[in-house]
Ligand binder design. Structure first.
Ligand SMILES: Cc1cc2nc3c(=O)[nH]c(=O)nc-3n(C[C@H](O)[C@H](O)[C@H](O)COP(=O)(O)O)c2cc1C
Length: 227
């Protein structure tokens, strides 16, 4: 790197095998729109949820094509209005424990796990590092960087609740994938964007994904801003 050249410091986005691949797509689109660099890790199990929820087979060797198709798709299956350029997205195989995000000396801003499965929550809470996604999350915690965990499961058992408390104690932000209805949702994508927006709020990334509460009742009945 030349003197004066800015060092790339991406957000790591970990997609685990919980239902909710539209949440990941919304977060990824918004990060790219905000001019953020992204390092992406897609767990083995999340390929099943992605296939189930979008019909897309995510292939390591063709990740750019498959990611492009995924991000071009809205939560209702129709084309999204914003299909971002992927120039500043770097993809890491989830089995690659020598990848950049597996070391604390690799420069990153922090990590967003969206959606987070209960297995992922358990693995990170216990420091298991069974794959790159979990290792990167453990590294994020040990380096005292921002970790946002958008857990998606219902109902939650006691084990998972204890793991979530452990993550909160360790400094992570636990952001359940539970949409609010006060921002005037009229489409599935509005509810997805609400959750994605709260994930980005926890990370401190600017976005315009949902209409914020203004201190007056009645906003929930007004339609969300057009996308
Ligand atoms: C279609 C489908 C939907 C799933 N949805 C969830 C879910 O919402 N929450 C969850 O915790 N696990 C869910 N699972 C199970 C996880 O994929 C499974 O626990 C897996 O081991 C998670 O691995 P990972 O954390 O490495 O991605 C789902 C699995 C499939 C096939």
């Amino acid at each position: 790197m030349n003197a004066g050249e800015k060092q790339r410091a991406p957000w790591i986005v970990g997609v685990s095998g919980a239902s909710g691949t539209p949440y990941a797509a919304a977060v990824l689109r918004a990060l790219i729109a905000a001019g953020e660099s992204v390092d992406l890790v897609v767990s083995r199990a999340s390929r099943l949820t992605l296939l189930d929820e979008t019909g897309i087979s995510f292939r390591d060797a063709h990740w750019r094509d498959d990611l492009g198709a995924w991000l071009a798709r809205g939560a209702d299956g129709k084309p999204d209005t914003f299909a971002p350029a992927l120039d500043d997205v770097r993809y890491w195989n989830p089995g690659d424990l020598a990848a950049g995000p597996s070391s604390g000396s690799y420069p990153v801003k922090g990590m967003l796990i969206v959606p987070a499965s209960t297995e992922c929550v358990a693995g990170v809470a216990l420091g298991l590092s069974k794959d790159l996604l979990q290792r990167a999350a453990s590294v994020t915690l040990k380096e005292r960087r921002k970790l946002v965990v958008a857990v998606r499961e219902t109902p939650l058992n006691g084990q998972t609740l204890r793991h979530l408390v452990a993550l909160d104690d360790a400094g992570a932000s636990v952001v359940p994938a539970s949409p609010g209805f006060y921002a005037g949702a009229t489409h599935i994508q509005d509810l997805v964007d609400f959750v994605a927006g709260r994930v980005l709020d926890a990370a401190g990334v600017e976005h315009g994904l949902y209409r914020r509460w203004k201190g007056e009742l009645g906003g929930g009945a007004a339609p969300a801003p057009t996308r």
